[in-house]
Design a protein around this ligand. Sequence first.
Ligand SMILES: Cc1cc2nc3c(=O)[nH]c(=O)nc-3n(C[C@H](O)[C@H](O)[C@H](O)COP(=O)(O)OP(=O)(O)OC[C@H]3O[C@@H](n4cnc5c(N)ncnc54)[C@H](O)[C@@H]3O)c2cc1C
Length: 492
Amino acid sequence: MRTRSQYIERLGKMNRNLYFNGQKLDRLDELQEGAINVMGLTFDAAWDPASKDLCTATSHITGETINRFNHIHQNIEDLHKKQDMTRFMCNKVGQCIQRCMGVDAANAIHAVSYEAQKSPKAKTTYHDNWLKWLERFQTEDLVASCAQTDVKGERLKRPSEQTDPDMYVHVVEERSDGIIVRGAKVHISEASISDEILVVPNRALKKGEEAYALCFAVPSDYEGIKQVVHLHRNRKRDHFQRGIEYGYTDSYIIFDDCFVPWERVFLCGETQHGGIAALLFALFHRHSYSGCKPAMLDYVIGMGALAAEINGIEKTPHVRELLSKLIMTGELGYAAGYTASDLGKPEVYMPGMGLVPYGPGSYIPNSIYANVGRCLSGEAVFHEQEILCNIAGGMPATFPYEKDLTHPDTKHLLEKYLNRNPKIPIEEQIKFWMNFIDFGLSGSTGSMQYGAYHGGGSPIMEQIAITSQYDLEAKKDIVRAIAGMTPRLKNK
Ligand SMILES: Cc1cc2nc3c(=O)[nH]c(=O)nc-3n(C[C@H](O)[C@H](O)[C@H](O)COP(=O)(O)OP(=O)(O)OC[C@H]3O[C@@H](n4cnc5c(N)ncnc54)[C@H](O)[C@@H]3O)c2cc1C
């Protein structure tokens, strides 16, 4: 396992293929510091005796102790621990811990490459290639991001129907030594601070769409790709220091006729498995949300409760009702994820067939509960901001700037007029509201909200997964029986 400083040292040696606001960006640029600091926590936690058990695992391929963010889930306990690790780690930053995309994509490709290698038309030894990549990923303790979301062009058209065929990442040429890939993946979190990028398809595919059924890996600084980066960071502070400096990055990753050698290709042309790869990454990622969304709610609940305490309104009925709504969403999201872990199996849902064994025996969370938890908590994020706004009042929107809070002419006057609770030192109150603003009223707030709402798939995608996989006929049977209607003919 690596340490935080070994991770950062490697980033410092990478090629410059990041573009930000018209300039090429070094990976260790100050603008990326907050994001690197968050990722660094995932290394610290694996070494910390207090969290080592939760944040490490035993590799099923080498038997070595590895970071749990690089582990392939071997049993139900692994699924529980991934969910709990995610909540635990996100509680350290109040937001995303950034490393789950890699573990979720790795678990999806592990199963898909295994099944696809059995195909008589397999273009290469997908699973053997994968196992070599995975061993390096685990042994070198690498960080991977997952590039699933295509630009998608005309929304109602399939990949093969698009006016411009490059709207979904696809193979444009097969060579003896590898493939040439074209297209762009967008909103790819932490790609600018990861070591590797795992690419998976975005949707179900049909015959004729073989070129889009692709899973592969490239180094994040690969010469064949350009990353156009969007950075999210907090306003610098001089006096009122934060407990942790955090930030985030998302990239447009452009594959401009990028060569990928066969040994880095894990699927190429098998449309059915391509669709399953899309579904499985989304499923593993929605399961991760059942850890991170409850953690974000832990943070929001704490913020709502502290705002109420500072405002002296914590015992009022409307505050109790608002806080209870937050608690219910967070804990129901967690409970759904817990159940998804507990019902996990090495099986995948196939339309018309139900759950069927899939992959080499690694564990996959239950799809209905993972989707229910993600949808329930994802849809709630804007309402959570509304609750915080309700409890806080208008003050955060016009809060004085730091230099006015410390200027000798205004410091004491502002401290007098900002004070809402004589039992809490004014310096503490100021720090609280500045943090509240970072979370709910800063330049990065909107992006974080959009990520929490759409990341892992928009709510409509979860609703489609739930309704297409749920046994609605069994529910109709209940009504038929109670209403005295004619029973359904089974197998119909
Ligand atoms: C901050 C952030 C971080 C992210 N990180 C990652 C990441 O690390 N990796 C990754 O792969 N992705 C990532 N995503 C992408 C995320 O998964 C997508 O935003 C999500 O899947 C929705 O896709 P979209 O943004 O293209 O929305 P759109 O598809 O543009 O959706 C817009 C609207 O159109 C509707 N719509 C779209 N297509 C159809 C259709 N065929 N029929 C009917 N309605 C339709 C949608 O339901 C929605 O209402 C991230 C997103 C954000 C915002």
